[in-house]
Design a protein around this ligand. Structure first.
Ligand SMILES: [Mg+2]
Length: 304
């Protein structure tokens, strides 16, 4: 079973509720809630970080674990062109995680919270055999303006920010710049707002599980296929496989109208066109003329 199948089961078993104000539920980077009479939509997302799944206590510094927990949540807020406001953190602590580890964890967590103006407003604490963290991030965007993954259109250009595969490389090397990229991915909040306000992106999502899998998800949601006619930008030292299938880069994947001419860089971050959205089998991604198999990260499927 893969994650999409699991989501189908969760959705199909759900009682038919239509709470007032709910614009988008399960399936995008964030759910969208529209308060009555407001000028903003609220975005809600949640992410887990688990010991021995997402980090190892022997290799990942506590401050990086704290930073990454929040970065994962904020990346989903960035993907919709929104600004973060609040977060909630639930933390299950193992015996081994003492006061020093916890202080360093929150050092990293609060550093990113302060940099991005995200207030921690609650959460829960528990004991467990291993450390587990769950972040709920809440952001806001002008009413009706959130970037979504199901709104790409045929003929749109497909773009990515940054260089891909750095996180996968970093996890292998555990040193150098790639390791820093893996430990402290920068949520692309400014870029997300730029995509929404200035470039009028037609669709966007963050690259959390690898380009091949995330682009498939975007195409499936939009009911379209994709044709990649060039290699994605590759992080120095990483392989093309890392760039196509490696997860946790937290760059943005987005589409722009056919005639858009975006700048080559935003704030030093390259913006690269890699292909075009096409009519066709929903979810099909062709890469240099051949079908691109999905090799990205899916907890519920065997790794390649
Ligand atoms: Mg996401």
């Amino acid at each position: 079973m893969d994650e999409l199948r699991l989501l189908e089961i969760i959705r199909s078993c759900a009682p038919a509720l239509h709470p007032p104000g709910l614009v988008t539920g399960i399936g995008d980077d964030c759910a969208i809630f529209r308060p009555r009479g407001g000028t903003e939509d609220w975005l809600l997302t949640t992410d887990m970080v688990l010991e021995d799944r997402h980090f190892r206590r022997t290799t990942h510094p506590a401050s990086a674990v704290g930073y990454r927990v929040l970065a994962r949540g904020l990346s989903d807020i960035a993907a919709m062109g929104a600004e973060p406001r609040f977060c909630l953190l639930s933390l299950a602590l193992a015996e081994w995680a003492g006061g020093r580890w916890i202080r360093q964890f929150f050092g990293g967590f609060y550093r990113l919270a302060a940099e991005t103006g995200t207030a921690l407003v609650g959460g829960d604490l528990a004991r467990a055999d291993k450390v587990g963290c769950d972040i709920v991030a809440i952001g806001a965007v002008p009413r009706g303006k959130a970037l979504r993954r199901d709104t790409a259109r045929p003929g749109d250009g497909i773009y990515v920010s940054g260089k891909l595969g750095g996180s996968a490389l970093g996890l292998r090397l555990m040193r150098g710049r790639a390791w820093q990229v893996h430990l402290r991915p920068r949520p692309r909040l400014e870029l997300g707002r730029f995509l929404r306000e200035s470039l009028r992106a037609t669709a966007a999502m963050d690259l959390s599980d690898g380009l091949s899998l995330d682009l498939y998800r975007m195409c499936l949601a939009s009911g379209l296929s994709a044709e990649l006619d060039r290699e994605p930008p590759v992080f120095p030292g990483a392989s093309i496989e890392d760039a196509l299938h490696g997860g946790e880069d937290y760059e943005l994947l987005f589409t722009l109208p056919p005639r858009a001419r975006p700048p080559a860089q935003f704030d030093g971050l390259p913006l690269t066109r890699i292909g075009t959205v096409r009519e066709g089998k929903p979810g099909l991604v062709r890469y240099l003329g051949r079908r691109l198999e999905r090799g990205g990260w899916d907890h519920f499927r065997q790794r390649r």
